[in-house]
Design a binder for this molecule. Structure first.
Ligand code: KIV
Length: 300
């Protein structure tokens, strides 16, 4: 696999020519494997709130949590384009939007940030871009405002709602974003937006006509069975394997078959002999169920 980090210019050139591969993940080891597999973009998503912390939604996720996870992912994928996801409440105005985007860049060395919303956050996108940072927009099903959308529901299914998504996408491009992510919108809207915009349009549940695809690692690897989602394909299903791993561990510890000698450290025999003298014991004492350790006062 090619191991050179791609830039926003590479992604622009790929539009219409080559699909962009993009995953959401949150930790060092997954980042390392994704990079090794040739994934070109990683989003450290605020879905960490649900996938890792067990929250009901993304709203409780803090900037500090996002920075910790982004730093870990950066260390695991030095040659991959990494995007930090601005959590709920971190871009309510231009000032906090720029300050929090700067935190992602300075502390976690990301290559871009992502934020949710179209026309209503065009000002914040413009402010962040004017300060030299890359922004990806996020439209359609926007989890941070899922309450306003009436839940985690697909968008752009009616002509009226589709038009809103298209207008938002144009506004995000106009504000200077380098790419747009469409989540859970109809295939038709995915296709129309991808054709209408000059910048790459990524899909997570927006169909095959977009310029690239995104899935959460927890979904595509079958790490969780919390939700059944239309746009998810489980490429492997590791949940039963993880469960079996834990079950076998419990069984072996209880049975005393783990650990074996190969899992243990050994003292050199002469050190052990010395220790027996230091604690005034002999090998027979060691075989007893219970014995008393008497530390002798000698220095050697
Ligand atoms: O946080 C996240 O994982 C996301 C994706 C669902 C797009 O924003």
């Amino acid at each position: 696999m090619e191991n050179k980090k791609k830039s926003v210019l590479n992604f622009k050139k790929m539009k219409g020519n080559e699909k962009i591969t993009y995953v959401v993940l949150y930790d060092f080891h997954s980042a390392k494997l994704a990079e090794k597999a040739g994934v070109e973009m990683i989003l450290v998503g605020d879905s960490v709130g649900m996938s890792i912390y067990g929250y009901d939604g993304t709203e409780p996720v803090t900037m500090d949590q996002m920075i910790y996870h982004s730093e870990a992912v950066r260390r695991g994928a030095l040659n991959t384009f990494i995007i930090g996801d601005m959590p709920f409440g971190s871009y309510t105005n231009d000032k906090n939007a720029v300050a929090n985007a700067v935190r992602f860049y300075k502390e976690a060395h990301v290559d871009a940030i992502k934020l949710e919303g179209g026309r209503r956050v065009a000002g914040q996108i413009e402010a962040i871009v004017k300060n030299g940072m890359n922004v990806m927009g996020h439209l359609g099903l926007t989890p941070q405002s899922s309450g306003q959308l009436g839940g985690f529901k697909a968008q752009g299914l009616t002509a009226k709602s589709a038009k809103e998504v298209i207008l938002d996408a144009l506004a995000v491009q106009e504000a200077g974003a380098f790419a747009v992510l469409l989540e859970a919108v109809s295939m038709e809207v995915g296709q129309m937006v991808a054709k209408a915009l000059d910048i790459p349009v990524l899909s997570i549940g927006a169909g095959m006509y977009c310029d690239g695809q995104l899935l959460l690692d927890v979904d595509l690897l079958g790490k969780t069975s919390v939700f059944e989602i239309t746009f998810v394909k489980k490429f492997v299903n590791i949940e039963p394997l993880v469960l079996k791993g834990f079950q076998d561990y419990v069984k072996e510890v209880k049975a005393g078959t783990f650990p074996k000698e190969e899992h243990c450290y050994n003292m050199k025999p002469f050190e052990f002999e010395k220790l027996l003298k230091l604690v005034a014991m002999n090998k027979e004492d060691m075989k007893k169920k219970k014995y008393e350790i008497r530390l002798c006062s000698c220095k050697k």
